[in-house]
Design a protein. Structure first.
Length: 339
């Protein structure tokens, strides 16, 4: 079917090139298949607009159309061969690179639409697809115990898929003969980039926990947003503390005499040493608790508790006098076993 390019674009025969381009861009955006997914009417209208612009944007074609008129231009123009419509499957037209910014640089996709329809400009430029979020990227991070508990700043080195800067993700570039496959990304529309990222690991992160950094993953397609960076944390064991959820546990050696008579023991905490009273008669394995000296939950100020397990320390080799004293003690204060 022959069309009137002036009527299709809504311009008169004396329109300047910049006015023709402006009219086309406005209408092409309105009927762009990416903005009208699944609409055959929009796709057909977009093709008509593109054909009209192909004629009026080329001085030679425009002049021949103006001289011959619509019917003769399509049937016998160009030395009797007739007008050759743009090939939307291979991108064989000199202004194909304009599509890179019709949607603000976001019109990028694979050759066919998700439903098998649509049409393509070049190897990596098709229509009828919805914006697609970029892929998430997994990242493994090893932290020492104290950094995980207190929170820390880290510098991450990562490789991420990026939109090719040469072809802006289109996969093709303009050439004298029309378009060709992008030499930088080999027509894929994406390259692999190396990025350095500074991130804050919140206080209280636990072993195996995943921290999500939104928008720091792979680049999206068709105007879709970036994926996320998923940081899986491995926390190294500590020499002093063990952790269960938000609570900390520590074994503290206490002398036999302090357990028998009472006294004080020096207890390690995340904020330094703390003195804790030992009641007389404290048993081996007995537990004490210091509230709020555990680990805070991620994003919260309230922390868990610190549990201290008493580990009785016995004296070394006894002298004769010491042995006699122990015998007297065992007779005056015998140990009773509960069964």
């Amino acid at each position: 079917m022959s069309l009137d390019p002036y009527k299709t674009l809504g311009v008169d025969t004396k329109a300047k090139p910049e006015d023709i381009k402006k009219a086309y861009r406005k209408l092409a955006r309105k009927f762009h298949p990416d903005l009208n997914p699944g609409s055959k009417e929009a796709e057909a209208k977009f093709k008509e607009l593109s054909e009209a612009y192909d004629i009026l944007s080329d001085p030679a074609k425009k002049s021949e159309y103006d001289n011959l008129g619509k019917d003769a231009f399509y049937q016998s123009g160009f030395g009797g061969t007739g007008y050759k419509r743009p090939n939307f499957e291979t991108g064989e037209f000199p202004w194909a690179d304009m599509f890179n910014d019709i949607l603000g640089g976001g019109a990028r996709s694979s050759r066919k639409s998700a439903g098998g329809g649509g049409f393509s400009f070049g190897q990596n430029f098709s229509f009828g697809q919805k914006p697609k979020k970029g892929p998430n990227i997994d990242y493994s991070l090893e932290l020492d115990f104290r950094s995980a508990v207190n929170g820390t700043d880290v510098t991450l080195e990562k490789d991420v898929p990026e939109i090719c800067s040469r072809c802006s993700g289109q996969g093709v570039v303009a050439s004298g003969a029309g378009v060709k496959s992008c030499p930088v990304c080999a027509g894929q529309g994406k390259t692999v980039g190396h990025q350095t990222l500074k991130a804050r690991i919140p206080a209280g992160v636990s072993d195996g926990q995943v921290i999500r950094l939104k928008g720091q993953g792979g680049a999206g397609e068709n105007g879709g947003g970036n994926g996320d960076l998923l940081i899986k944390v491995t926390v190294l064991p500590d020499k002093v503390f063990t952790r269960q959820n938000q609570d900390l546990y520590v074994e503290q050696p206490v002398s036999l005499y302090e357990c028998l008579l009472g006294g004080w023991m020096e207890v390690p905490t995340l904020n330094g040493q703390s003195n804790l009273k030992v009641p007389a008669g404290t048993q081996n394995g007995q537990k004490f608790r210091i509230k709020g000296h555990g680990v805070p939950a991620v994003g919260q100020k309230k922390a868990g508790d610190l549990y201290i397990t008493v580990k009785v320390s016995l004296p070394g080799k006894l002298s004769y006098e010491a042995v006699e004293l122990v015998k007297k003690l065992s007779q005056s204060a015998p140990v009773k076993f509960e069964i």
